[in-house]
Design a protein around this ligand. Structure first.
Ligand code: 2BA
Length: 108
């Protein structure tokens, strides 16, 4: 048994959970927040037999897209007394996925 933890963008979640459910995967959906952008994303917990892990990856890869986001960072001026905001474009996604071994799984 494996536990897949997938951090995905909110825009992809609906299609992704529909497709995973259609393929008989059980999912728990958690609202989460990225540390860098400090904006919302979604974390999915998916408990799965190890033979089906690749199928989950296949579905995630098909649905989760890379998007460009413009964020504002601050840098200090040469005199060191003022922070000047400047825009920065970054790529977010498709998805950040961890796969962990599950020591014990019970539904009590
Ligand atoms: P955030 O932390 O809000 O990061 C959003 C995007 O900002 C990242 O996209 C990456 O392109 C960029 N980024 C993150 N930290 C950065 C830094 N220190 N300097 C410059 N750019 C930075 P993704 O890599 O696709 O990550 C999307 C979200 O997945 C992250 O949102 C975070 O919630 C999660 N995540 C990514 N890597 C993780 C990890 N190693 N552990 C836990 N969560 C992770």
């Amino acid at each position: 048994m494996k536990l897949i933890i997938a951090i995905v963008q909110d825009d992809d979640v609906s299609e992704l959970t529909d497709k995973l459910t259609e393929n008989k995967f059980s999912i728990t959906r958690l609202a989460s927040t990225g540390g860098f952008l400090k904006s919302g994303n979604t974390t999915l917990l998916i408990g799965v037999e190890k033979e089906r892990v690749e199928k989950v990856y296949e579905i995630i890869e098909k649905i989760c897209r890379v998007r460009k986001v413009t964020t504002t960072l601050s840098s200090m001026t040469l005199t060191g007394d003022t922070y000047v905001p400047y825009p920065m474009e970054i790529k977010v996604g498709g998805a950040t996925v961890f796969t962990l071994d599950v020591e014990r799984y019970e539904q009590i």
